[in-house]
Design a protein around this ligand. Structure first.
Ligand code: DGP
Length: 112
C-alpha cells in the first residue's frame, strides 16, 4: 500500500519524532499550524476515524494517553487542540488515521 504515514511509521521516510512505542508514533507536522503541531498516528494502517471499531479502538485510547503526556512535556498548560480530519469534507489529505495536536496559540471556533 502506498501510504506515506505507513512509510513514516516503518522508518522508510524520516520524520522528526517526538514519541514512539510499539503501536504509536508522534512526529512534528511538516506544515505547522501553530507553535506546536505534532501528529500522532497508530503504526497499523487505519484509513480514518470513520474506520475505528471495537477491533482497533484500543490504540485510539492509547493515542489519547500519549497526547496528554506530550502536551505536558510541551508545556501546553494553557490548553491545546486535538483534531482529526475525516474524508474530503473534513479536509483529510493523508488517508491514515492521525490526530493533530496543536498548541501555543489561541484557537478559533468554529474551525474554517
Ligand atoms: P490532514 O490534512 O488532516 O490529512 O493532515 C495531514 C498532515 O500531514 C498535514 O498537516 C501535513 C502533514 N504531512 C504530510 N506529509 C507529511 C510528511 O511527509 N511528513 C510530515 N512530518 N508531515 C506530513
Amino acid at each position: 500500500m502506498d501510504c506515506i504515514f505507513c512509510k513514516i511509521a516503518g522508518g522508510e521516510i524520516p520524520s522528526n519524532k517526538v514519541y514512539e512505542d510499539d503501536s504509536v508514533l508522534a512526529f512534528y507536522d511538516l506544515v505547522p499550524q501553530g507553535p506546536v503541531h505534532i501528529l500522532i498516528i497508530p503504526k497499523t494502517h487505519i484509513a480514518s476515524a470513520a474506520e475505528i471499531s471495537a477491533d482497533n479502538s484500543a490504540v485510539v485510547a492509547h493515542i489519547f494517553e500519549v497526547a496528554a503526556g506530550i502536551a505536558k512535556e510541551q508545556q501546553l498548560d494553557n490548553g491545546y487542540r486535538i483534531v482529526t480530519n475525516i474524508g474530503e469534507d473534513g479536509g483529510q489529505s493523508v488517508k491514515h488515521l492521525h490526530f493533530h495536536l496543536i498548541g501555543g496559540r489561541q484557537m478559533a471556533w468554529p474551525p474554517g
